[in-house]
Design a protein around this ligand. Sequence first.
Ligand code: G1P
Length: 282
Amino acid sequence: MKVVIPAAGLGRRFLPATKSMPKEMLPVVDRPVIHYVVQEAVDAGASDIVIITGRGKRAVEDYFDHNPDLGPIGEAPELEELERLTDRVSIFFVRQRQPRGLADAVYCARHHVGAEPFGVLLGDTINVCDPPLLRQLHQRFVELGGASSVIAVETVPTEKVADYGIVAGPEVAPGVFQVEQMVEKPRPEEAPSRLGITGAYFLTPTIFDAIAKTAPDRRGEVQLTSALDHLRQKEKLYAVTFSGKRYDIGDRKIWLRTNLEFALRDPQLRPAVLDLLKGVGH
Ligand code: G1P
């Protein structure tokens, strides 16, 4: 399976930290977000990962490369897990030359992806799912006939619909919606539902034609939601719910919460974190 990870976004929600550092390199406990995303793709069966980068994202490339200053592997046991991860997959980088939106970033991978269906995971979002989210989406893709794109959705609170791509359509099987309407970041009163796109996709290669035909929005960005809206007029498109939890690290509060949750899950850190929390605010 090929997986595209767009990691070219500017990280505006996390300024000033992301002024000169990619948001994908924000640490969650002791590893950057992009590490978890690549791990998730590999766990789902990715053999090939294309990370879409841009200006100021070199740290993402360096992260998956050897650092000779740290000496031979083995002298830094903390790096062993990362080594094992990078040994299991081929990682390619393509630079998006201008920040022209999520669909444009996915389009940058078209030559590499070729004519096969492929996964997309956002470089700033961790999904803790069992089975891994992309595997769940692939499973649905197969069940639904193997010719229609499948996107992950979850119900979002009304006050949050303006932060999401929103889809609507009939529920054709439990947790499976055939998409008939979709709109990027609508005002709550205009939203056709509260089903928000969470940022994990399993797409047919027809999406590339749809992206090419999609006009940029007023900010000059080509939205993946708009391209999918074109796609669904040619092929069926399904939105599916999933089991598991999503952490959008580009949001400061969620980043803080994720650090706490992940640290509490680590048996070595848990007692110290609980102690710390008792003292916080006093
Ligand atoms: C992107 C997509 C949006 C989706 C969201 C999930 O928006 O455009 O449809 O709901 O990811 O996080 P962004 O968060 O990059 O603005």
